[in-house]
Design a protein around this ligand. Structure first.
Ligand code: 4AD
Ligand code: MG
Length: 429
């Protein structure tokens, strides 16, 4: 077989030539004297047409095939305007590489809606669907685009530990693990390590990070294992420097998606608007004023899902920052400014997709804040040590990859944007 050309992505220059294709049998139609296979691979679909009296042995094989079996076929690439991609393969050879069992746990091409749990239970099949693959192709572009943008802005990609002894994000729970008889935790975010990195002189770093959070709530926008673009930068004047990187990053990534994923956007039936810079900035105080008029909300309260949606409608922009949060709503490491923190959230269509801040870089101030919050300072020895021998002013943010995709692609459920979601009920597959 011509194993060098295993793709259904065939151009006109191949018409009339011998080609080989391989993939999954999406559909088989046997009309008695003629049989058709709709073959699917990562590039698309193609038709294989077999006339019984011309090659009875291949016709036999085709009629014995089950849907979703994997085959390869070689033969003439024949131009045919009646076929959807303008050509069909007239097979001379066909090999069944893997026969699929029947019945399938779920359909691929069926119009009937499969419920989400069945899809996730059979994720390897679900991922064969064009719509689902489109999400992950866009995810790939997003991460590649973010890496390119950050790299060209002087950020170094790093990988920090995911097993640790101290937890940064108060308020969210940690997963405890047994580390050779000692208590350890899965990290909730690379926060502490990326700050430690600021004491090394590698003063712009980013990580495609894993977050592990033992949050009890089971919602359409939370995962217990999620990923983020996390960055930290030193020698900033204020959190504004961090926000500027954040908005440019978002814009540049969206431009790349529009450029490279036209096909996928069409499959998902979404349009992307490239936002104007700078993004609107609204202060927490302004947000509080909006909310006090509409719901039971007091200055100092956290923004819940409903509050975020109301603010989203009022601000009426695709992307906007909420700035100057009350100090008490933000973690210990956020830089205080009176009763406020130099912290911000970035929202997309009324959902938080990123949080960031200027951090405290002064050792005594940091320890003071931790004590004020009743934290056990000894648990953070190794982190605090990095602040004692020269730590520049710094700040950063974490941008949830699944949150971003879910909002931008209007998917409605965050589980759509991660291969094998982990939530309160689901730990497999
Ligand atoms: O807002 P979070 O908790 O902030 C931090 O972790 C800080 N250390 C970031 C910083 O640099 N200051 O998380 C950052 C983002 C959220 O805005 C959200 O997009 C995503 O990570 N995220 C989650 N996504 C899905 N499921 C969860 N349980 C998430 N928790 C956070
Ligand atoms: Mg947050």
């Amino acid at each position: 077989m011509l194993r060098s050309h295993y793709s259904t992505d065939v151009g006109e220059e191949e018409f009339g030539k011998k080609i080989a294709i391989a993939g999954w049998v999406e559909d088989i139609r046997n009309l008695g004297g003629i049989a058709f296979i709709l073959l699917r691979d990562r590039k698309g679909k193609a038709q294989i047409t077999c006339i019984k009296k011309e090659i009875p042995e291949i016709f036999e094989k085709i009629t014995s095939l089950s849907r979703e079996s994997v085959i390869s076929a070689e033969g003439l690439c024949q131009k045919n305007e009646k076929v959807r991609n303008g050509w069909e393969l007239l097979p001379e050879k066909m090999e069944i590489l893997s026969q699929a069992e029947t019945p399938l746990p779920m359909g691929i091409a069926d119009k009937v809606n499969v419920d989400f749990d069945t899809r996730l239970d059979n994720r390897f099949i679900d991922l064969r669907r064009e719509k689902v693959q489109a999400i992950f192709k866009i995810r790939h572009t997003f991460i590649e685009g973010a890496s390119e943008f950050l790299s060209s802005n002087g950020f170094l990609q790093v990988h920090t530990p995911k097993i640790t002894v101290s937890s940064p994000e108060g308020g969210t729970e940690v997963f405890k693990i047994n580390y050779f008889g000692r208590d350890a935790y899965l990290v909730q975010s690379p926060q502490l390590y990326k700050q430690i990195m600021m004491a090394t002189g590698m003063d712009r770093v980013y990580e495609i990070a894993w977050y592990f959070r033992a949050e009890e709530h089971d919602t359409s926008r939370h995962l217990n294992e999620s990923t983020a673009i996390d960055l930290e930068m030193a020698f900033i004047d204020s959190e504004e420097d961090v926000m500027k990187i954040g908005e440019k990053l978002v814009k540049s990534v969206l431009e790349k998606i529009v450029e490279e994923n036209e096909k996928e956007m069409k499959i998902l039936d979404v349009n992307l608007d490239i936002p104007q810079l700078p993004f609107t900035r609204v202060t927490y105080d302004e947000v509080a004023e909006m909310l006090e008029k509409k719901v039971d909300f007091k200055w100092g309260d956290d923004l819940g899902t409903d509050e975020e949606k109301i603010v989203g409608n009022e601000v009426n922009e695709q992307f906007y920052f909420i700035t100057r949060f009350p100090l008490k709503t933000k973690p210990f490491y956020a830089m205080p400014d009176g009763d406020y923190a130099r912290a911000f959230d970035l929202a997309c269509k009324g959902t938080e997709i990123s949080s960031g801040a200027q951090r405290i870089h002064d050792y005594n101030m940091l320890v003071g804040r931790m004590k004020e919050l009743g934290m056990n300072v000894e648990n953070f020895d190794e982190y605090l040590k990095a602040f004692r021998y020269g730590m520049p002013p710094h700040g950063g943010f974490g941008l949830g990859i699944e949150r971003f995709l879910m909002e931008v692609l209007e998917l409605g459920n965050i589980r759509e944007c991660i291969l094998f979601p982990r939530d309160k009920k689901r730990i497999s597959p």
